[in-house]
Design a protein around this ligand. Structure first.
Ligand SMILES: [Ca+2]
Ligand SMILES: [Ca+2]
Length: 98
């Protein structure tokens, strides 16, 4: 029996590889792959910011810890973790208001 958290982790891995395998290094996201992932999977969170063409560049720069111009899985989870923390903050705020 796979737990909810284990399922979430598996989804995260699958989503990453769905996009990272499109071009170049199969295990890293190029800027084009990153853009597709953001548009396809994080549209809800990034609706406003994704209208700005510089946003993807900015996100790439912020995430690319080892400065190889691509985002590997380790760098990608930092983005997911920070977005999840932001969502949780919002969720807690909503609960407090009730
Ligand atoms: Ca790739
Ligand atoms: Ca990198």
């Amino acid at each position: 029996m796979v737990s909810e958290l284990e399922q979430a982790m598996e989804s995260l891995i699958q989503v990453f590889h769905t996009y990272s395998g499109r071009e170049g290094d199969k295990y890293k996201l190029s800027k084009a792959e990153m853009k597709l992932l953001l548009q396809g999977e994080l549209g809800f969170f990034l609706t406003q910011s994704s209208k700005d063409p510089n946003t993807v560049d900015q996100i790439m720069r912020d995430l690319d810890e080892n400065k190889d111009g691509e985002v590997d899985f380790q760098e990608f989870v930092v983005l997911v973790a920070s977005l999840t923390v932001a969502c949780n903050d919002f969720f807690v705020e909503q609960l407090k208001k009730q």
